[in-house]
Design a protein around this ligand. Structure first.
Ligand code: DQA
Length: 138
């Protein structure tokens, strides 16, 4: 089983960025616990602040991986290009958010990605990623 985890803009700052919203743990710390928990899964982790790089990675893995867990950060609310990339591939994508975007500003309530993703998980902190991973039946 091969799963790609993709984090978009500003998620490289997890642990430092708005800890009251996103928590105190860096993604690397969290990712080590995930790799220990699912040793049989081949994970690839990719983070970029650049929209086109996220699209390149989705295209690269989107025909051969079993699942993609995507937190596109603020591009969730703006990017038709990422939505089109998800539409173009065959690997199912789960949209993930650490925070409950529906308890936040109105502009975070709309996602261009949800309609092309298999499902959406939001509001469970970093545990949102684990829930998305488990949805692939690992
Ligand atoms: C986020 C929510 C987005 O609205 C925000 O722009 C992010 C993170 C989340 O994980 O809660 O960067 O995707």
């Amino acid at each position: 089983m091969k799963i790609l985890i993709v984090n978009g803009p500003n998620l490289n700052l997890l642990g430092k960025r708005e800890p009251e919203v996103y928590g105190n743990s860096s993604f690397d710390e969290y990712f080590s616990t995930i790799k220990e928990k699912y040793p049989h899964v081949e994970f690839q982790y990719f983070q970029s602040n650049i929209e086109g790089e996220l699209i390149d990675k989705i295209q690269e893995c989107g025909f051969s991986y079993d699942g993609i867990v995507l937190n596109a950060g603020a591009y969730t609310h703006t990017s038709i290009a990422i939505a089109d990339a998800i539409r173009a591939i065959t690997t199912p994508v789960i949209e993930v958010h650490i925070s409950n975007v529906f308890q936040r500003e109105e502009f975070r309530h709309h996602s261009f990605l949800s309609e092309v993703c298999r499902g959406v998980i939001c509001g469970f902190g970093l545990d949102s990623y684990r829930l998305a991973i488990e949805s692939f039946g690992v």
